[in-house]
Design a protein around this ligand. Structure first.
Ligand code: PLP
Length: 375
């Protein structure tokens, strides 16, 4: 699904030197490179405060902790997402309220969020799934009216940009109260282990986030709140600092690969009789963390098996909507029937996409998809 080795070989000298530098200085935890990387990332994100942390799930957890939500408070979250977006809500004793996603974009819209509002609602977690921004302007306006925090789960869309109706643009992860991302190796900005980061434009909140990620202390050994231990280690920061410089180029490579898939697949199936290619919004760029088709006529599993027989990997992100996950049944309030999330979960199939994709490889994948329908 990804080619991390091919990507590494192109930046090997710089990455190796960065890692060696950390080892030479033995500054494995909180080395100067962590701060440097955070500064570079802040610049990239348009100048927000950045707190690096141990992984994307921690980032979401720390965000909720920093907002001082209390057990029983409700947090709105899409039913079709990676588990982490909702797991942290449950972990903190808050109530996840699941809303449906838009079948076309896989993202939540303000119309679905509206249905979930209750007097207990305190926050919304829009997830920019597969690399494209949610339609944030109406979501932010709704949150403002109802005094809700917005925590963007930007684990899959770092580098994507959203355009507001007045023409101004913002990076995903910088529009809400807090933004969270993951540096898991296969993410668009991935390290060689675990990592994550938390974004905010609010300086006071940034300080609180920083403190919580560091055992709730501002001054060493003086703990003002219960926090956690969540750090980005220096070796990962050194790797990320190199890769950040390539992030836009990586996004472009993914976008080009996606466009190639879409052009060829649409040519084969212009009326969407067999599958639906990803829909791109005008208001957001797409950095294609995943290239995800919706396979019609209940053929998804057969197509996946056919591809596997020909040696082509494909993945189902995600096979079950959250309301059907055992862990969530006892703690969840569902705002509606969540039909679209179910439809997505039962029809999605993601094809390989990464920064090192060649047209030759894509041609084989596309031909195999077409063969499946022609035999
Ligand atoms: C990867 C991911 C996370 C969690 O990140 P980790 O670094 O694996 O903890 C959270 N939300 C979404 C949407 C993700 O894709």
């Amino acid at each position: 699904m990804v080619d991390l080795k091919g990507q590494y070989l192109k930046i090997k000298d710089e990455v190796d030197a960065g890692i060696q530098n950390v080892i030479d200085n033995t500054a494995f935890i909180n080395g100067p490179i962590v701060k440097e990387f955070a500064e570079h990332l802040s610049q990239y994100m348009g100048g927000c405060f950045v707190t690096p942390c141990a992984n994307g799930t921690d980032a979401l957890q720390i965000a909720l902790m920093a907002l001082e939500l209390k057990p029983g408070d409700e947090v709105i979250v899409p039913a079709f997402t990676y588990v982490a977006s909702a797991e942290v809500i449950g972990l903190l004793g808050l109530t996840p309220v699941m809303v449906d996603v838009d079948y076309e974009t896989f993202n939540v819209s303000v119309d679905n969020i509206k249905k979930a509002l209750s007097p207990k609602t305190k926050a919304i977690i829009p997830v920019h799934l597969f690399g494209q921004s949610c339609d944030m302007e109406p979501i932010l306006a709704f949150a403002k009216v109802h005094n809700l925090f917005v925590i963007e789960d930007n684990a899959q869309a770092i580098g994507a940009e959203y355009t507001f109706s007045d023409g101004h643009k913002a990076k995903t992860g910088t529009m809400g109260t807090i933004g969270c991302t993951s540096f898991f190796p296969s993410k668009n900005l991935g390290c060689y282990g675990d990592g994550g980061a938390i974004f905010t434009k609010d300086e006071k909140l940034a300080e609180r986030i920083h403190m919580i990620a560091n055992h709730g202390q501002r001054v060493k050994y003086h703990h003002s709140v219960i926090g956690c231990n969540s750090r980005l280690d220096s070796i990962q920061a050194a790797i990320l600092d190199v890769k950040l410089k390539h992030l836009d180029e990586y996004g472009k490579a993914r976008y080009e690969a996606a466009s190639y898939y879409t052009t060829k697949l649409k040519k084969f199936d212009p009326e969407e009789k067999f599958f639906i290619t990803p829909k791109e919004l005008e208001k957001s760029t797409h950095v294609y963390h995943q290239y995800t088709l919706k396979i019609k006529n209940n053929k998804r599993d057969d197509l996946k098996a056919f591809l596997a027989e020909q040696g082509i990997p494909s993945m189902i992100y995600y096979p079950l909507p959250l309301q059907e996950q055992e862990a969530f049944k006892p703690i969840t309030r569902a705002a509606e029937a969540l039909e679209k999330s179910k439809e997505c979960a039962y029809s999605v199939l993601s094809l390989p996409i990464h920064t090192e994709m060649t047209k030759d490889v894509q041609d084989i994948i596309i031909k195999t998809v077409i063969d499946f329908y022609n035999v």
